[in-house]
Design a protein around this ligand. Structure first.
Ligand SMILES: Nc1ncnc2c1ncn2[C@@H]1O[C@H](COP(=O)(O)OP(=O)(O)OP(=O)(O)O)[C@@H](O)[C@H]1O
Ligand SMILES: [Mg+2]
Length: 395
């Protein structure tokens, strides 16, 4: 049989997803897997990239949404596939060598275990919608999206992990390219031939950029890369790391050593991840800033000494806009530099002409403060955030 099943794997630093389509069917558009274990029956396009090995038997592990929040889990292992990437200096306390030592397996093996698990689940899900035997017999082809800045060694490591998980053949595509294809399909913007747009995919670990020129729009949109992928490690995870160091500084070294492994800190981190970081709008208009961004971080049941000057009272830290600015700004400034570098490269290539659009995608790409800062910087470029950019890559 010659029917082909194409499976796209978006292996992300913080979240991963899978979409598939049967290549030979008319009008086949990719179908995302949205039924994942541990998601309480709610449809979700992506699951957390975490894995938790059984202490006795490292062949056994829990993954994704099934990993208990307080478990000794491993996350962020995608970044360990590329130790050559330079880490921003505002990210405190990362020692790659130390991180690698603490792992039960190599990053490639861990990645293989994780990818194998999500792939098996995807095949089970596809077999619920199409005859199992048919799915089994289809010739499978895989598409993996990798950061535009990935080194050859990291690409090789990704391929190796896929192979260990039994996924072959694999074609690699650049993450921003995958995002671009989706965005142009989804966005209601009238693209004309000759238009140039920048795609900025800001995720958990990396920020990737690439620019395209529209070749034709009829009968089908065709684009050509004008500036190759650029990017860096300025993902949203760095905000979490900076939140952590802000707390360390707030409570002082002594209290920090016990706080960091406490329930109270875990809840505070999860509040930061789920609400504070996402809700921060960094409101400003032409006259300056508004003052209503305030967030309350509770460390209960920890018993912390008050530090009223810094807003810490009764185990609750009142974070004001300035605290959040301190966390966000170095990361946002880095992203702006990356965007600027890409925009300048476009101009050089296009004889001085600026790109017409910047498409902001990825989880961090949906952040309103980031959006505002970019809009502010480029009054003559239209900046767009597609509505479901978070899950765009796999599709
Ligand atoms: N509004 C927001 N502001 C800031 N960060 C956000 C927001 N919404 C989601 N995030 C963060 O975006 C990340 C998830 O985005 P995404 O799924 O694009 O990344 P990823 O694919 O895991 O990472 P990468 O592409 O870098 O490997 C998470 O770290 C999440 O906390
Ligand atoms: Mg991603």
């Amino acid at each position: 049989m010659d029917d082909r099943l194409i499976i796209a794997v978006d292996f992300g630093t913080t979240y991963s997803g899978i979409a598939y389509c049967f290549a030979d069917q008319q009008n086949s558009s990719p179908i995302p897997i949205d039924n994942w274990p541990g998601a309480n029956g709610i449809d979700v396009p992506k699951i957390p990239t975490v894995i938790c090995y059984d202490k006795q038997n490292p062949q056994k592990f829990a993954w994704g949404g099934s990993v208990e929040p307080q478990a000794d889990s491993i996350s962020g292992f995608k970044l360990l596939l590329d130790p050559s990437q330079s880490r921003p200096d505002y990210v405190p306390g990362i020692s790659i060598a130390k991180e690698l030592q603490q792992l039960p397996k190599t990053p490639v093996q861990i990645t293989a275990d994780f990818i194998g698990a999500i792939h098996n689940h995807a095949i089970e899900e596809i077999s619920k919608k199409f005859p199992k035997d048919y799915v089994q017999l289809c010739r499978k082809e895989y598409i993996f999206s990798v950061p535009a800045v990935w080194s050859d060694a990291a690409k090789h490591a990704t391929l190796k992990a896929a192979e260990m998980a039994g996924l072959t053949p694999v074609q690699l595509i650049k993450e921003p390219e995958a995002a671009a294809l989706w965005t142009t399909k989804k966005l209601d913007v009238a693209l004309n031939s000759g238009d140039v747009f920048v795609v900025c995919d800001a995720g958990g670990g990396t920020v990737d950029l690439v620019s395209y020129e529209v070749q034709t729009t009829n009968p089908k949109l065709q684009v050509k890369e004008v500036v190759p992928g650029t990017g860096g490690m300025a993902g949203s995870l760095h905000l979490n790391k900076r939140f952590e160091s802000a707390i360390k500084e707030l409570v002082g070294e002594d209290q920090w050593s016990s706080l960091r492994s406490s329930k109270g800190f875990q809840l505070a981190s999860s509040l930061f991840e789920k609400e504070i970081k996402k809700g921060f709008k960094g409101d400003f208009d032409d006259d300056g800033f508004d003052d209503d961004d305030e967030f309350y971080v509770n460390f209960y049941p920890a018993k912390l000494a008050d530090n009223p000057d810094r807003g810490l009272e009764s185990n609750t830290w009142t974070m004001v806009r300035e605290d959040l600015m301190n966390i966000f700004n170095p990361v946002i400034d880095d992203i702006l530099k990356l965007v600027d570098d890409q925009v300048e490269r476009v101009k050089v290539k296009m004889g001085g002409r600026s790109p017409k659009y910047i498409f902001l995608v990825g989880g961090f790409g949906s952040n309103r403060y980031l959006m505002k800062r970019i809009v502010n910087k480029y009054p003559n470029i239209e900046v767009l955030q597609p509505p479901d950019a978070w899950a765009a890559i796999a599709k």
